[in-house]
Ligand binder design. Structure first.
Ligand code: SF4
Length: 389
C-alpha cells in the first residue's frame, strides 16, 4: 500500500472512531453562523439543508465503540440496537456539535425515537419527515414539496440564511458531484474488489456522512486513484452482494470477517440515504418541485420504500447477475422489521433466478465474528463446489 493510501485510510479510521464529531465542530468553527443537522437513516434531504447553510450529518448509532447503558432503559429488549445507542450518544453529549435532528419515517422505531427526542433534547430543533409512500400520484409530489419547503424555511431561519431558488439549485448541483464520485467508486469496486477492500470502501463512504459535497468528492477521487494503482493480488473468492444492512450498521469487523472468509463484497445497501438517488435531479423548473419529484421517481429502491410494482426481488436478482455476483448475503440487524419482513420476498425471487444466498443477523455492537466467518466461509466453499449463480 502506498504511503498516501496508508495515510488516507488512517485518517478515515480516525474519523470513523471519533463519535464526538470533532470534524463537524471544526467545520462549524471555520465560519460564523454555520450549523449542522443530524439525520437518522435512511433519508436526508441534504440539498435542502446545505442550501440553508447547514451541514447534513448522518447519525448511524454508536456502533461497537459505545457502551449503551442509559439508552437501553428507554427500550424493550425486542427493539433493534440503533435507537438505544443514538439516545446514549445524545445523553452522553456526543452529539453536542449538532444543532438539531431530523427523523425520517424509516420505521416505527425511528418514528418513536423522534417523539422521545423532545424529552432528551428539549429546546433543540427536531423534525419528523414523512415522505409519501405512493410515488406516482401527482398529489404526492405537491405534498412532499410542501414538506421540503417548510423544512427549508425553518432551517434558513435557524441559520439566518435568505431562502432563494439560486441557493437551492447550487446545492442540488453540488450534491450531484459526490453522487457521481460514488457511482465511479461502485463501478471500480465491482470491477476489481481485490484493490478496493470492503472495509476501506466503507470507511470512505462513512466519511461522506458528515462532509461538504466538494470535499467528499475530492476524497473519493483521491482514494480511487490510489486504490486502483495498488495492484493487489486477485484471490479465489466468491463475489457477493450484501443486502439488509441499510440502517443499523454492522461492525467494521464483520465486514472484514466476510472478506477474510472468502467473499468479495461487490455491492451493498449499507449507507442508504447517502446514496439516495439513482439518477440526477432534473434541473428544470422549481428546485423544490424537482427535488420532490426526484426523490419519488428516482429514489433508490429499499425495504423502507413501498414497492408498488413488487419488483424489488427481481431487481435484486438482476443486480446480482449484472455484477457477476456468485451469491447474496442477507445481513439484517436483529429485530429490524423492514429488512426481515422483506427478506422472504427477496429470497423467493433469488430462488426463482437460481442465485444462491445465505442470511444472518447482527447487532451494531456484536463483538464476536467467528460464527459469521464460519458461515460465510461455508457459503463461499459451497458456491465454489456446487455452482455459481
Ligand atoms: S435497524 Fe431497522 S428497525 Fe431499527 S431503526 Fe433501522 S430500520 Fe428501524
Amino acid at each position: 500500500m502506498s504511503d498516501d493510501l496508508t495515510d488516507l485510510v488512517r485518517d478515515l479510521e480516525r474519523r470513523f472512531a471519533d463519535l464526538s464529531l470533532a470534524h463537524v465542530t471544526a467545520w462549524k468553527a471555520e465560519a460564523p453562523g454555520r450549523k449542522a443537522l443530524g439525520c437518522m437513516p435512511v433519508f436526508c434531504p441534504r440539498e435542502v439543508l446545505w442550501a440553508a447553510g447547514a451541514l447534513p450529518v448522518f447519525i448511524r448509532g454508536g456502533g461497537d465503540q459505545l457502551e449503551t447503558i442509559r439508552g437501553d432503559a428507554y427500550y424493550q429488549s425486542y427493539i433493534c440496537h440503533l435507537p438505544r445507542s443514538t439516545l446514549e450518544l445524545c445523553l452522553g453529549g456526543w452529539l453536542d456539535a449538532l444543532d438539531g435532528m431530523l427523523f425520517p419515517n424509516t420505521c416505527d422505531v425511528i418514528r418513536n425515537l423522534s417523539g422521545l427526542w423532545s424529552s432528551v433534547a428539549p429546546g433543540r430543533f427536531s423534525r419528523f419527515l414523512d415522505p409519501p409512500q405512493t410515488y406516482d400520484a401527482p398529489a404526492a409530489v405537491g405534498w412532499w414539496r410542501g414538506e421540503l419547503s417548510r423544512l427549508y424555511l425553518d432551517v434558513c431561519a435557524m441559520t439566518g440564511t435568505r431562502p432563494s431558488d439560486e441557493a437551492l439549485w447550487a446545492s442540488i448541483s453540488a450534491w450531484e458531484e459526490p453522487r457521481g464520485a460514488l457511482a465511479k467508486l461502485s463501478r471500480a469496486r465491482a470491477a476489481q474488489p481485490w484493490n478496493l477492500p470492503a472495509d476501506e470502501v466503507y470507511l470512505l463512504r462513512r466519511a461522506g456522512d458528515a462532509m461538504p459535497p466538494r470535499e467528499f468528492t475530492r476524497l473519493v477521487d483521491c482514494y480511487l486513484a490510489c486504490a486502483v494503482a495498488r495492484k493487489a493480488r486477485r484471490e479465489d473468492r466468491i463475489r457477493v452482494v450484501l443486502v439488509g444492512a441499510f440502517c443499523e450498521q454492522p461492525p467494521l469487523g464483520l465486514l472484514r470477517a466476510l472478506e477474510r472468509a472468502g467473499c468479495y463484497l461487490v455491492d451493498d445497501d449499507l449507507l442508504l440515504g447517502a446514496e439516495d438517488l439513482v439518477e440526477p435531479v432534473d434541473a428544470v423548473g422549481d428546485p423544490l418541485d424537482a427535488l420532490a419529484r426526484a426523490y419519488l421517481v428516482k429514489g433508490a429502491g429499499s425495504s423502507v420504500r413501498y414497492d408498488e410494482q413488487r419488483a424489488r426481488g427481481l431487481e435484486l436478482a438482476r443486480r446480482a447477475r449484472s455484477l457477476h455476483a456468485d451469491g447474496v448475503v442477507f445481513a439484517a440487524p436483529s429485530f429490524c422489521d423492514p429488512a426481515l419482513l422483506d427478506q422472504p420476498r427477496l429470497t423467493r425471487a433469488l430462488d426463482e433466478a437460481g442465485v444462491p444466498y445465505t442470511a444472518f443477523k447482527y447487532s451494531e455492537d456484536t463483538g464476536q465474528f467467528q460464527s459469521f466467518r464460519e458461515q460465510a466461509g461455508t457459503f463461499s466453499d459451497s458456491v465454489k463446489l456446487w455452482g455459481r449463480a
